[in-house]
Design a protein around this ligand. Structure first.
Ligand SMILES: C[S@@+](CC[C@H](N)C(=O)[O-])C[C@H]1O[C@@H](n2cnc3c(N)ncnc32)[C@H](O)[C@@H]1O
Length: 218
């Protein structure tokens, strides 16, 4: 299902901070990634681990679309984890848990679907490969690893994405500036070696960014 604007407003209304409210409202209405995740795992009963979950927008979007399996969010920004926990209390949703931690130094024990949206650019190539391998190890049989990232290539879209990530840093929305962007070959090599079947497709929506959806299935 696709949520109505009123349902997206309801998610935004869970935010206490003014900036989070406006960010959530426009992000959920304009970013195609949430609907893409619903298409991939929205009908499944397997639990979901959302690495770099931010304030937990994906969890609320999935619940709004009728998803009922447990969701664990993981992010190193304690401020965002606190906001995510406050939003869950307000929403009354069951089965949503959040914890703070750095994905460069380890992931929670887990078995299910794993989602990584827009965080790989903060990692070095070695850290990206380690995270992909650790995430793949947490994908259950029949489960999926769903990643949204900008791919490094020679396109104008790539340059615009890099600029956008620097703006996010200088407006203090992101703690860090981007470090490195992965290319398509990296996903094929690392995730195939981890035993997953990899599919990569553009996820541009109405945006100028060079975003792609990587779906790796066990
Ligand atoms: C662009 S935001 C995406 C938020 C969320 N995935 C979404 O799509 O709504 C990137 C998130 O990754 C988190 N992040 C970056 N590096 C991280 C790390 N090493 N460990 C855990 N979280 C990290 C940031 O705190 C931020 O919340």
């Amino acid at each position: 299902m696709t949520p109505t604007l009123a349902q997206l407003e309801n998610i935004a209304a869970l935010c206490d901070r003014r900036w989070d409210f406006f960010y959530t409202r426009s992000k959920l209405a304009s970013d195609p990634v949430y609907q893409a995740v619903v298409r991939e795992i929205g009908q499944s009963d397997l639990p979901v681990l959302d690495i770099g979950c931010g304030i937990g927008l994906l969890a609320h979007y999935l619940r709004t679309c009728g998803h009922t399996a447990p969701i664990t969010g993981f992010d190193y920004d304690k401020r965002k984890i606190t906001s995510a926990e406050e939003m869950v209390v307000k929403s009354g949703h069951q089965g949503l848990a959040f914890s703070a931690g750095d994905a460069r130094t380890g992931l929670p024990d887990f078995d299910g679907h794993v989602v990584i949206l827009d965080i790989l650019q903060f990692f070095t190539p070695d850290e990206q490969n380690a995270l992909l391998t650790a995430a793949a190890a947490r994908v259950a049989p029949g489960g999926k690893l769903v990643i949204r990232t900008c791919l490094r290539d020679s396109s104008g879209r790539y340059k615009i994405t890099v600029l956008g990530d620097y703006i996010a840093k200088f407006t203090f929305w992101m703690k860090d500036a981007p470090t490195a962007y992965p290319d398509a070959q990296q996903f094929n090599e690392v995730l195939s070696a981890a035993g997953l079947q990899v599919k990569i497709s553009p996820l541009w929506g109405g945006t100028p960014f060079n975003n792609h959806l990587i779906v790796a299935q066990r």
